[in-house]
Write a protein that binds this ligand. Structure first.
Ligand code: GDP
Ligand code: MG
Length: 368
């Protein structure tokens, strides 16, 4: 799996890429400037120019290896919650209701910001909500092996009951081993039937506590803002049971929740800090990018200087737009960050190349 591109090899040896391509072609190997060639081919070609190639043996784990936290370094952190459920059952309305409950009167620009996640502070504690479409976020994150959610709130409309996407959400959560709480919504509606919802959920393995099961179910109306505070209390209670902890006193590690190219500000990513503390000026590697954090903003659009565990934060100063689910890791120096990022870029190119080679071959066979 050791490989180097023709361009890079040429640069390292100070020869023209075309010279290398010629040699490769003579060896009967596919060759173009972006071609990734394996160690043996590189060694063979290099020897023709009087160079010896040494295996770098670069393992990004050598640099990125997470340090083990001592129990005494761990501190409680807020739960990270994702709201899921069937379309039109009230996910957006619930998130709005929660946000409004939490908005202090007169807070400047308090609820206008959309960064894909937000942070709620109450008397009982703090909660982070992921505000991206639940299913998409889950799928993107899981595809990258990222676990960002501690708890799922499954919204089920009391007049509609368990539907296709309700079942999908249950399956997603189970597969990711994330505990589920249920918000039975729209109880203000005349045709609301809470018992029916509970029966249907029980059929899918979610047994309400009052029936001897272990799934918390709270009756709410997102529209009429009923039951929201009780729901939040239950979230905090559940979070306490999960004993969520992280070490805030080390370089940050987190995940990209959302990212975009902003016209005025350049690449912007919402990063959920999962451990450590992220600060302005920190050197990071994020997916295939690296650089230095220029500035940080909270979910209310206010500039902040640092963000600890479970805090979602908008990061400016990225050298490109990462993908949702990409890791975000703070490193000691730019040299290391560059090394990891370039290694990842090379791997990425290799993958793309092998994909396109395959496609071309398939096309070729089709024509025969
Ligand atoms: P989402 O697709 O799950 O995000 O659902 P929305 O939050 O967009 O809600 C879908 C529709 O249901 C909207 O017309 C809401 O006004 C309505 N709705 C949401 N919550 C309630 C509720 O508690 N009671 C009633 N009567 N309507 C609700
Ligand atoms: Mg919605």
């Amino acid at each position: 799996d050791e490989a180097i591109t023709v361009a890079n090899l040429a640069k390292q040896m100070g020869v023209k890429a075309t010279e290398i391509i010629k040699k490769l072609l003579l060896l009967g190997l596919p060759a173009n400037i972006n071609q990734a060639i394996d160690f043996d081919a590189a060694a063979l070609v290099a020897s023709e120019f009087g160079y010896e190639v040494e295996k770098a043996g670069f393992e990004e784990e050598d640099i990125l290896q997470a340090t083990e936290d001592k129990p005494e370094d761990l501190q409680p952190r807020p739960p990270v919650v994702t709201v899921m459920g069937h379309v039109d059952h009230g996910k957006t309305s619930l998130l709005d209701a929660i946000r409004h409950t939490n908005v202090i009167d007169g807070e400047a620009g308090g609820i206008t910001q959309h960064i894909g996640a937000y942070f709620v502070e109450m008397d009982g504690g703090r909660i982070t909500f992921l505000d991206t479409p639940g299913h998409e976020a889950f799928t993107a994150m899981r595809a990258r092996g990222a676990k960002v959610t501690d708890l799922v709130i499954l919204v089920v409309a009391a007049d509609d009951g368990v539907m296709q996407q309700t079942i999908e959400a249950i399956n997603h959560s189970k597969a990711a081993q994330v505990p589920i709480m249920v918000a039975i919504n729209k109880i203000d509606k005349p045709n609301a039937n809470v018992d029916r919802v509970k029966r249907e959920l029980a059929e899918h393995g979610l047994i309400p506590e009052e029936w001897g099961g272990d799934t918390t179910m709270v009756e709410i109306s997102a529209k009429k803002r009923m039951g929201i505070e009780e729901l939040m209390e239950m979230v905090l209670l559940q979070a306490e049971l999960l004993e969520l902890k992280a070490n805030p006193n080390k370089p940050a590690r987190g995940r990209v929740i959302e990212a975009k190219l902003d016209k005025g500000r350049g690449p912007v990513a919402t990063v959920l800090v999962q451990e450590g503390t992220l600060r302005e000026g920190d050197v990071y590697v994020c997916g295939t990018y690296f650089g230095r954090v220029r500035s940080l903003f909270d979910d209310k659009g206010r500039r902040i200087s640092e963000a600890g565990p479970s805090v979602p934060v908008e990061v400016l100063g990225l050298s490109g737009v990462p993908n949702a689910g990409d890791d975000f890791i703070v490193l000691a120096d730019e040299k290391q960050a560059k090394q990891v990022a370039e290694h990842r870029q090379m791997k990425h190119r290799e993958k793309e190349l092998s994909r396109s080679t395959k496609v071309t071959l398939e096309r070729l066979y089709e024509q025969i």
